[in-house]
Design a protein around this ligand. Structure first.
Ligand SMILES: [Zn+2]
Length: 251
């Protein structure tokens, strides 16, 4: 999000006004809760940011990779506890980083570098896509947006639909840091969704192991690790979950 020094000077002055505005825009309901965005707000704001992201990084269209990601996303969807009124979409961005990003309100983007890492393992790819759907369904980014609205005028303007600075909001969204707990929760949701859709949930473990190996090879953390920390613990948790849940995937 826009958290640089650029915003800092504006924060003190804007803070009080922003809280009031945000409460007004949200219909004055739930201002004390951590998330006062409605699903409609999320979809609207997500769409604005998606437009900006797609201007900067046009998604791949008409390629086998794009078709594969869309097809796996479609197969997952009925088993992902889809939220009413949320138009989920699954697209590929032609960037070499190993990363995946989701926006509030439905859009999921997979970076080209992540597809290269996953190779032909559809189960692993399904687990990554389902993990991103997990973030959307648990409203992780929406909660962060809600909290940041207190100090971030740009987000409030975005909610009103007349954003001037969508570019930096989009850049912030691509590098949004989730908490460790948010990541664990999305792993659990992702594994469960993928297994229910008939994919092998061990694909998640295989993906994490490939990620670890790639980190060692390159001698530094890839992009994905910055937003998705603690790979070892995540592997342990996912393995335990698969052991105890007795999924009937692929049957
Ligand atoms: Zn994540």
């Amino acid at each position: 999000m826009v958290t640089g020094t650029m915003m800092r000077s504006r924060r003190a002055a804007a803070g009080v006004v922003a809280v009031t505005l945000a409460c007004l825009l949200a219909g004055g309901v739930g201002c004390r809760s951590t998330n006062f965005l409605s699903t409609r707000d999320e979809v609207h704001m997500g769409r604005e940011v998606a437009t900006e992201i797609e201007k900067q990084y046009p998604p791949m269209a008409g390629t086998a990779d794009a078709a594969r990601v869309a097809r796996i996303g479609e197969k997952l969807m009925p088993h992902c506890e889809p939220r009413e009124g949320v138009p989920y979409s699954f697209k590929v961005i032609a960037q070499k980083e190993i990363n995946a990003v989701s926006l509030p309100g439905g859009p999921v983007y997979i970076y080209r570098g992540l597809l290269d890492l996953v190779g032909k393992d559809d189960d692993a790819l399904a687990c990554v896509l389902a993990h991103e759907v997990g973030h959307i369904n648990a409203r992780h980014a929406a909660k962060q947006w809600s909290q940041q609205m207190v100090t971030n005028v740009g987000l409030i303007v975005l909610l009103k639909g007349k954003a001037q600075d969508n570019g930096s909001l989009a850049a912030g969204m691509l590098h949004l840091n989730y908490s460790r707990d948010d990541e664990f929760e999305s792993d659990a949701r992702g594994v469960s969704y993928a297994a229910k859709a008939g994919f092998d949930p061990n694909g998640m473990v295989r993906f994490f192991k490939k990620l670890e190996a790639s980190t060692k090879e390159k001698g530094g953390p890839p992009e994905f690790m910055r937003t998705h920390p603690d790979t070892k613990r995540r592997i342990d948790r996912v393995e335990r979950m698969i052991e105890t849940q007795n999924y009937r995937y692929g049957k």
